[in-house]
Write a protein that binds this ligand. Structure first.
Ligand code: NOJ
Length: 551
């Protein structure tokens, strides 16, 4: 069913300047009290999110799944896992979003399936060389008895990217590739059956009215021919380094998908999750006959450093502009440390942490982190293009550090024997009501990850209507961004500011961000908003302001 009229025929494509809010269903709102968020919970709470002033939601996977990787291990791409609800619930969610004036993007996970997917089960039951095995990446092992994996590739979650199967006769058999957990076998995208299958999945959801797809691991589907060993590197396994990532062949897939989306009109969108650097390489995913957007991870990875910020903004605008695409901007998602904590780590700490836990060497300074996070968001929402928000960032939620080891769920934690804490800390169920069971996440009190007591004062009901709260800051920023049409404008750098200041104009608004350690005078004009209270017309450190310039 098509989107309602009110959503159609915008002067320019809606996604070029949209603010898109990520819902992570497990942790958003739990309708049935089993401790895991679900679709009825989302439907119930969606009006709050629409009230933020966003344009669309992106919903992380809700498909049938054994949940080994929180739903990114899909056993049936065209049905809903009972923990999240039913297909009828999903259809209702799509309709509810549209009635609220929101577009809805769903996740598609084409690099791998769950090992419980019927195709993989058939592959395990079939002999080497069979058409069933040809849908996945099965290979013979190396070594005298094929006891070594076919190559040295590592799983993104730690350990080898290969697992050996036991053949039907009980003998040790072939190996299959999984760039992620062993429960997530990689599809073989050289097999046209896989292409046809995913065209069907796209149409299945488009027929139900979704406005687009966030494409998981978009840079991983095609592997370098021959699957050669990766050259050892001290870089994390995610990225465009190595024969398993960013192969030119992936673009053919998205050109094919573009045609499928275009069967449904000209406003369905695809957004690439492609950890590809530099940005000029990432921009190849959004050429006019491929996808529409790509998550700007280079921007997300940039520290609160004015020179670095200016550089990444320029690079982003140039790279995406060169292919006629808008830039996106993002600071948090379900895979990274929440930005309110990330910015609280001493800027001189080299490594971006892969999660925090009780024994982590560096602990974020949460007061500092939140101040910078608010300032950083105030920069982000003034930039032209499309911005992504992650549930809970509008409450200023920090990463949860104190999750006990025996409650952790991320396969990263287990595959690295606890060396990397992984992503659970950004996935804790979000707080709605301070004085309610599970902070209003449900009414049973069960939560799949424990909520810290520090979530209480950050609950939505405490921030709603509270002057100076992070929630009110987001609402006001979003309202101004929309009324001033900042998403459609252009960045022009303002001269005369020192090295530690990011200063630009967009649509007649000066945006000044102070990443230094001294106050800076604001330009003449009307102060529209600031990420922290100001005294007078000057900007303290770790603060951003928008000023309507005097004529
Ligand atoms: C990226 C997703 O965002 C992440 O959560 C998931 O674990 C991997 N892809 C594998 O699907």
């Amino acid at each position: 069913m098509p989107a309602p009229k009110s959503l159609m025929a915008p002067a320019e494509k809606w996604w070029r300047h949209a603010v898109i809010y990520q819902i992570y269903p497990r942790s958003f709102a739990d309708g049935n009290g089993d401790g895991i968020g679900d679709i009825p919970g989302i439907i119930n709470r969606l009006p709050h999110i629409a009230g933020l002033g966003i344009d669309a939601i992106w919903v992380s996977p809700f498909y049938t799944s054994p949940q080994k990787d929180a739903g990114y291990d899909v056993a049936d791409f065209c049905d809903i896992d009972p923990i999240f609800g039913t297909l009828a619930d999903a259809e209702k969610l799509i309709d509810t979003a549209h009635e609220l004036g929101l577009r809805i993007i769903v996740d598609i996970v084409p690099n791998h399936s769950s090992s419980q997917h019927e195709w993989f089960q058939q592959a395990l039951a079939a002999p080497p060389g069979s058409p069933e095995r040809a849908r996945y990446m099965f290979r013979e092992g190396r070594g005298e008895n094929a006891e070594l994996p076919p190559n040295n590739w590592e799983s993104v979650f730690g350990g080898s990217a290969w697992t050996r199967v036991t053949e039907k006769d009980g003998s040790a058999g072939q190996w299959y590739l999984h760039l992620f957990d062993s429960s997530q076998p990689d599809f073989n995208w050289e097999n046209l059956e896989v292409w046809e299958f995913f065209r069907g999945v796209l149409r299945f959801w488009l027929d139900r009215g979704v406005d687009g797809f966030r494409v998981d691991v978009a840079h991983g589907l095609v592997k370098l021919e021959g699957l050669p060993d990766a050259v050892a590197t001290d870089q994390p396994a995610v990225g465009n380094v190595g024969p398993q990532w960013n192969q030119p062949g992936v673009h053919e897939i998205y050109r094919d998908w573009r045609k499928v989306l275009d069967e449904y009109g000209d406003d369905r969108v695809m957004c690439a999750e492609a950890w590809v650097f530099p940005l000029s390489d990432m921009a190849r995913y959004v050429r006019s006959d491929e996808m529409d957007q790509a998550f700007n991870f280079a921007y997300m990875a940039t520290k609160w450093d004015a020179n670095a910020l200016r550089r990444v903004i320029v690079e982003s605008l140039e790279a995406f502009d060169s292919v006629g695409a808008p830039s996106t901007w993002v600071l948090s998602n379900h895979d990274v440390v929440r930005h309110a904590s990330r910015y609280g780590i001493d800027a001189t700490t080299k490594a971006q942490p892969t999660g925090f836990g009780p024994t982590s060497a560096h602990k974020p300074d949460e007061v500092w982190g939140l101040a910078v996070a608010r300032a950083a968001t105030t920069v982000m929402l003034a930039l032209p293009g499309s911005a992504y928000l992650y549930q809970g960032e509008e409450l200023g939620l920090p990463e949860v550090i104190g999750i006990p080891d025996n409650k952790r769920q991320d396969p990263t934690f287990f595959r690295t024997s606890g060396e990397r804490y992984g992503r659970d800390g950004c996935r804790v169920p979000i707080p709605w009501v301070k004085d309610a069971t599970a902070f209003g996440f449900n009414d049973s009190g069960k939560t799949w990850l424990p909520q810290p007591s520090s979530f209480g004062p950050l609950s939505r009901d405490q921030q709603e209507g509270t002057e100076g709260s992070t929630l009110e800051l987001y609402k006001k920023l979003l309202a101004l961004r929309s009324s001033l049409r900042l998403g459609t404008g252009a960045v022009e750098w303002l001269p005369g500011y020192g090295d530690s200041i990011v200063a630009f104009t967009n649509c007649g608004i000066a945006v000044i961000a102070n990443a230094g350690d001294a106050e800076v005078a604001l330009p003449d004009g009307e102060l529209l908003i600031s990420s922290a209270p100001l005294s007078g017309h000057s900007l303290p450190p770790n603060t951003t302001a928008w000023v309507k310039l005097a004529d």
